[in-house]
Write a new protein. Structure first.
Length: 677
DNA sequence: GGGGCAAAAGTTTTT
DNA sequence: CTTTTGCCCC
């Protein structure tokens, strides 16, 4: 008798109508159409890296490769979304699934499928920095270390140390010697805490951001069959911003690409700005040595900036010694206007100038707000500009340090959902009960212990929280609110051991308990209530709780807000205020770089603590280079002459050493006076 | 667990 | 000079 066997075939991709030869220059064409095997694309700023990468995807699809076999790795959600959108525009492939995204989101997806192999459950919680700090605090306490006695590092610093150890794949002893010599005598207690922390993560079924990468790598190393599955699945691996990969990311890439070596990495060593997070641009410098037979493509034409801006950029990066020699050539005609160098009396005037100049550009040159960006080294540098913009009604969008999800009220509401989905989530549980009157860290701990000890904790078919929790010993003041909390939690369950869908959970939480709490707790109740409505709308897109929570944790604030905005309206004509780090990969017609004073940019810390090869200073210089190369047409470099520090009094500022390095004929100095103040 | 007071920081950059 | 943290006491 014949055996029946079905092969699942994917529908063929419709061909795009791209004429690669006409759309690309020679170097790009060569890279896009490169045969299988490893290739390294070194490309300067504004050279069309993204374009090259997306065309590469389109080219592969056009040549019969299934989208599901291509893995496109990027660093930010924005970059990932934009790239996928471009691909979908170029090649319609709605029948197939292009599996790409950020390193963290890909790691998250893979880990959810194989969590059991690592001792986790697939509904594990993702901890952000704040959650991580909470868990570390308990880990430190449970390790029995007397933190006061020996000036033990704060949980924040401990988190930094652990993160670097993992991302740089190095010994804790080495790291302490190199970066934290004043903590070297704490090596043993630190290792003890680390062990405890790992235990706690397992016990609470939670992972931090670093785990999403490290545990994926570990999964592959310990399970060759799983590793082979993904190697086969992702037959073509493409990586953007390769210069910013750290040891773990580079290992992960190497591992996935190992058998077929159909890997293309794209990057610019001059734009490596994440070494403080463990990024090592040796990865890109040594790529050709690591991958036998690697082809190297250098794209040196710059399409973005006018020659005047480009000359300045080239001069800015020149003093750096650790770099590939590149000679960026402009593709655009002269602008007949030099970048402006603008010393101003003080910060107030700096903000006033930026605002006034922007209004002129919009009124007289027909430039839109959205084509203008104000960039700075650190978020607090933007304070005065924000105030000035508000006063003058200039619409702006700020990529602030705070993510949407990191705001207290958003996290509060999410912690209900997190605990309903993952009943081992100690951090979320404690966060919720600490909102109840009369419950602080101590009582929260006692309540948690009662939960762990009760049968509900282990009940996979748990239908009600209240049936267990109403028996808990609770302080009198919190008795009734605690019962209310338990009943609210009941509503989040589907009665069959799982949870309701995210859109159904939101009203239960908000109307059940949180709205009243929020009114009492926050002075700006209205604004926060609106945020929660936004979160409610956002939740409508999800049926799966884990997916909803993952998105919340992994999406940066701007992404979440923008994802919503697009649906509502397109009133996005706003000026961008951004740190240089967050502006990576973006471009604007007009760019203002503010606070270019020595000690601010480059930052004081780097100047004071740099080692003899000036690697810290060189990174700051690359950062300056990134800032400058965001500009297409006009560039304004500014610094205040005095700074009214809040506690230091008036401090005379020197211009940034990066400005002093520039030949004077590359900029035009503007003298700004105040009319009347 | 929270109020009250005194001492000590405080100014990177992020998935 | 402010804001946050640390400690004591009720």
């Amino acid at each position: 008798m014949a055996r029946e066997y079905t092969v699942n075939t994917l529908p063929a991709t419709p061909k795009s109508d791209i004429n690669y030869a006409a759309d690309l220059n020679d170097q790009q064409f060569a890279a896009v159409t490169a045969p299988p095997g490893p290739s390294l694309v070194i490309a300067g700023a504004g050279s069309g890296k993204t374009r090259t990468l997306t065309y590469r995807v389109a080219y592969l699809l056009d040549n019969g490769i299934y989208a599901a076999n291509i893995l496109l790795l990027t660093f930010t959600n924005k970059a990932s979304r934009e790239m996928l959108e471009r691909v979908e525009q170029l090649v319609p492939h709605d029948t197939q699934d292009l599996w790409g995204g950020t390193f963290h989101s890909v790691g998250n997806k893979i880990l959810r499928r194989h969590a059991e192999e690592l001792g986790f459950e697939k509904n594990f919680s993702i901890m952000d920095r704040e959650d991580q700090k909470e868990l570390l605090t308990t880990a430190i306490a449970e390790s029995g270390i007397n933190t006061k006695e020996l000036n033990f590092p704060k949980p924040d610093v401990v988190a930094d140390i652990f993160s670097l150890v993992q991302n740089m794949d190095c010994d804790m002893a080495e790291l302490l010697e190199w970066k934290y010599p004043y903590f070297e005598h704490h090596l043993e207690p630190l290792q003890k805490v680390q062990e405890k922390y790992e235990e706690k993560k397992l016990a609470t079924n939670s992972m931090d951001f670093d785990d999403l990468l490290i545990k994926t790598l570990q999964l592959f190393q310990e399970n060759p069959n799983i590793c082979q599955y993904y190697q086969k699945q992702f037959e073509w691996v493409l990586v953007d911003e390769y210069q910013d990969t750290n040891a773990v990311q580079s290992d992960l890439i190497d591992m996935l690409a190992a058998p077929h070596n159909n890997i293309m990495v794209v990057g610019d060593d001059a734009q490596s700005i994440y070494s403080w997070r463990g990024a090592d641009f040796q990865n890109i410098l040594q790529f050709v040595d690591r991958y036998e037979g690697a082809r190297r493509f250098v794209i040196e034409t710059n399409y973005r900036s006018v020659p005047e801006v480009l000359s300045l950029a080239n001069a800015a990066i020149k003093p750096n010694r650790a770099q590939f020699e590149k000679n960026l050539a402009p593709a655009r005609p002269d602008a007949e206007e030099l970048p402006a160098l603008i010393p101003v009396q003080d910060v107030r005037l700096q903000a006033a100038f930026v605002a006034q100049r922007i209004l002129e550009l919009v009124d007289e040159e027909g430039i839109e707000f959205s084509e203008i960006a104000v960039l700075y080294r650190a978020h607090y540098h933007s304070m005065e500009v924000q105030m000035e913009f508000t006063n003058r009604d200039i619409p702006f969008n700020i990529t602030s340090g705070l993510r949407f999800f990191e705001q207290a009220h958003i996290k509060d509401v999410a912690s209900f959902i997190k605990f309903a989905a993952n009943r081992k989530d100690e951090v979320s549980f404690k966060r919720i009960v600490k909102m109840l009157p009369g419950v602080g860290p101590g009582t929260a701990d006692k309540l948690w212990n009662q939960w762990v000890a009760c049968p509900g904790y282990k009940d996979e078919k748990l239908a009600e929280f209240s049936e267990h929790m109403l028996d808990f010993k609770v302080p009198t003041k919190a008795k009734e609110p605690f019962a209310q909390f338990a009943y609210t939690m009941d509503e989040l369950l589907d009665g069959k051991g799982g949870t309701e869908a995210p859109p159904a959970m939101m009203p239960s939480i908000i109307e059940g308990v949180y709205d009243d709490y929020m009114k009492a707790k926050f002075p700006n109740y209205d604004i926060r209530r609106q945020d929660l409505r936004q979160l409610e709308r956002y939740s409508q897109d999800f049926t799966d709780v884990d997916e909803f929570l993952s998105q919340l944790s992994l999406l940066a604030g701007q992404d979440a807000v923008e994802a919503n905005k697009q649906k509502k309206s397109n009133d996005t004509d706003v000026v961008t205020l951004s740190s240089v780090h967050q502006a990576k990969g973006l471009e604007y017609k007009v760019v203002f770089v503010i606070w270019l004073a020595d000690g601010m940019f480059p930052s004081k810390k780097v100047i004071e603590h740099d080692d003899e090869d000036e690697s810290g200073l060189e990174e700051e210089r690359r950062l300056f280079y990134v800032a400058v190369t965001r500009a297409e047409d006009q560039l304004y470099l500014m610094y205040p002459l005095v700074w009214q520090g809040s506690y230091t009094g008036e401090v005379i500022q020197r211009p940034s050493r990066f400005l002093e390095d520039l030949p004077t004929d590359l900029t035009e100095e503007w003298k700004v006076g105040a009319a009347s103040w």
